[in-house]
Design a protein around this ligand. Sequence first.
Ligand SMILES: [Zn+2]
Length: 276
Amino acid sequence: MNAARLQDGTIIVAKDYSPENHGLEIYCMDIACRAPVHFVQEGKKVSFFKTSGKGESVHKELCAFAAKMTFERSLFKVTQFQQELKSQVDPIMVRLNTNKLDPDYVPRSVEREGNNKEVDARELKISNDSPKPPQTVSSLKSLKKLFQTADPDLLASIFISYNGHKLPITDLISDQYIAAKKLWQGTSLNVNYFIHGEVTSIVRLDKVWYFNMGDDRFPFTLVVFEKYFEHFTYTDEDLLNRTILVMGRLKKNDFNKDKFVTEMVIKADAYIEFLD
Ligand SMILES: [Zn+2]
């Protein structure tokens, strides 16, 4: 872990920790855990905190560092850590480029292949020290992999560089309710957002398909227009009752004035990744 919690509840990151100033009674940063941890210094640059695995010094069952978490739970923890770690850690910049998933994207004649290196999340996981140089995430699959393999405190220090914006990773990824709230409050950006949730019903009409992810109070619908049918091969069976991560632009549906109907326009299979 890159951070620990002191006795008074404050968070300390490994690079700022000193036993003289902060004492030896330090704990796992996850408030649900608080297992005693100790400081490890390897060489000049590499330092981190860890449990000993003996006695009390074992992560509790619900701790973010205890076991592999679901995508949703990992996102929840990362959001929590991100608020607590704010300004204490050096941001790790990761470039997000989803152009190639878009059937409408026309590559410029000169494509610099060297820039498209996927994030090696395992490499990130063991780097408890200095941030790696910017790397690129270019598919939902690699975004999912990043969440499944990197430690939550590391994810909390990742900033996404996307279409000219620099955002904490948790600003772009959320459930459908948080995304809809941003849209209707006017605080969302004109970029693709990443939503996790369950497909609850499907309606396929001649010219448009609807995949519903919301409930009656907050309708949230994925929309595929006829033009993109050929790029979208998932059947109803593939999608129904599945938990997915889906990418797309948020759009208000003003047709029904009594309800805040949120739509997300998707264009191809690659806009969806299954989480279950
Ligand atoms: Zn813990």
